[in-house]
Design a protein. Structure first.
Length: 484
């Protein structure tokens, strides 16, 4: 089970930050030498590749980070510390992001999300004001993973190892899927502050949904322990999505949040997961359950983060995807056809997308076909820019010289302040293997069966009958002449 703890904290570090060219997260792996992400222990991946535990951990974490980078419009980069070795029973733990209260002396965003007196995470503030909200040495958050090699194994029915989904879940917390409250028997005392998150949280009462922010600390604590009575109620688009998509776990579009008591040493208190996850009654299973589902779809988390401020200037929740496939029917002996398709899958449309296509070095391009004239050639390949109407596709085609395999990389992203539900299907990282034509199997040549004496084989019955017939005819005729 994945569990996560979320605390408000201030963190500084002096280590060099490792930049990711294709992501908006700057990473610092802080494990000691030969531990965690720096482990040199040999490891064989599920597809038979030889690597080390540390390198594979980094590769998988950075794949999740690259996907998340394509799902949100990150105006500036976020700084993360990555380490391994969380307490037993936790799949991953996030400390952060750093919160601060917005006041009248701070920079405001042009779209009016930042309200005086409300708490905001540094990651969201940076996006809203268009510049880094922290100084250069502060990290936005620290993400700790369990030091468990079992997390590197691909489980049945999943695309990636468990660690990818754990990283995906924690990154949503880093971007602001969390509450700032410390309720119940909180030391030194309970505290609850109005935040980007709490403005869309409600409590179900007889008279209907009541704003969480209007309650006393005692009432908030009670709400944090009231199963299925703490609700997320965002924009009308969010309520419509909940009503249309969820098979359970909502009331008139208000989605149930995780609000459950826990008992420790006989004392009933607020569960540490309360308020910052969806209820397990929310189905289909959600990435942001407290024990997150192994899914690549943000589900309702996309709408909550959109309402919290990641959708600006008319931004919305979208779902776009890119794929590349060999077109065997259109290929010939002299050229192979690779079709690249960009799709809009959520019936909302995308105002503008940018697709980068990077053919591998061994891909010998004959012609790039762009029927809508949306692409330009760049140093590494092609850059394509276009709008994408609801439930439509954009088709591109590459004609390449025949080869056994073709490696293509690239990324698809929206240029607007949208939240894309699935960043993994925005990764154009494929190795296309051309199926070899099977040669017809030749008919087996009959092999004579050896005789018992090993004299070179037995005569077939047909040949034997023919010989006997010939002999009978020959000697039969001689008999007739003699009798006559």
């Amino acid at each position: 089970m994945t569990k996560s703890i979320f605390l408000l904290f201030v963190l500084t570090f002096n280590c060099a930050v490792l930049a990711q060219e294709e992501s908006k997260f700057l990473l610092d792996y802080i494990d000691p030498i030969d531990k965690g992400a720096l482990s040199t222990k040999a490891f064989t991946t599920s597809d038979g590749q030889e690597t080390t535990v540390g390198e594979y951990r980094k590769e998988m974490i950075e794949r999740a980070i690259r996907a998340v980078s394509l799902q949100f419009n990150h105006v500036v980069s976020h700084k993360l510390e990555i380490e391994f070795g969380v307490p037993e029973g936790f799949g991953a733990v996030t400390l952060g992001p750093i919160f601060s209260e917005h006041n009248e002396f701070k920079l405001s965003d042009e779209f009016g999300f930042l309200e005086v007196g409300r708490q905001y995470p540094s990651t969201l503030v940076s996006s809203l004001i268009g510049k880094r909200s922290l100084n250069e040495i502060d990290a936005d958050a620290t993400v700790s993973f369990a030091d468990n090699e079992g997390h590197l194994v691909v489980r049945d029915g999943n695309t990636y190892p468990y660690i990818v989904y754990a990283a995906y879940h924690e990154l949503m917390h880093v971007l602001g899927f969390l509450a700032t409250d410390c309720l119940g028997n909180c030391l030194p005392e309970p505290v609850s502050t109005d935040s980007h998150f709490s403005q869309n949280i409600y409590v179900g009462q007889e008279e209907g949904p009541v704003s969480f922010e209007s309650l006393t600390l005692e009432q908030k604590t009670e709400a944090y322990m009231s199963t299925n009575n703490l609700w997320f109620g965002g924009s009308q688009a969010s309520k419509d999505a909940a009503t249309n998509e969820l098979t359970s776990g909502h009331f008139n579009g208000y989605v149930y949040m995780f609000a459950t008591p826990t008992e420790i040493n006989g004392v009933v208190d607020v569960d540490a997961q309360s308020g910052s996850h969806f209820s397990f009654d929310v189905l289909p299973a959600q990435l942001m359950h407290s024990a997150g589902a192994l899914t690549e779809d943000l589900g309702m988390a996309a709408y909550l983060l959109c309402d919290a401020g990641w959708c600006q200037d008319g931004g919305k929740v979208i779902e776009q995807s890119v794929s590349a496939e060999l077109n065997e029917n259109a290929s010939s002996e002299t050229q192979t056809v690779i079709d690249i398709v960009v799709s809009e899958n959520l019936n909302v449309g995308v105002d503008e997308f940018v697709l980068i296509i990077r053919p591998g070095q061994k891909v010998s391009l004959i012609e790039f076909q762009d029927p809508n004239d949306i692409c330009v050639e760049i140093d590494t390949g092609y850059k394509c820019t276009s709008a994408l109407a609801a439930l439509t596709k954009v088709n591109l085609r590459m004609l390449v010289s025949p080869a056994d395999e073709y490696v293509i990389a690239g990324e698809l992203r929206s240029t607007g302040f949208n939240v894309d539900r699935n960043g993994f299907n925005n990764l154009l990282d494929v190795t296309l293997i051309k199926e070899k034509e099977e040669e017809p199997t030749p008919l087996p040549i009959p092999t004579p069966n050896a005789s018992d004496e090993g004299s070179g084989g037995a005569i077939s019955m047909i040949i034997l009958l023919l010989l006997m017939t010939a002999i009978l005819r020959k000697y039969g005729r001689r008999s007739e002449h003699l009798i006559a």
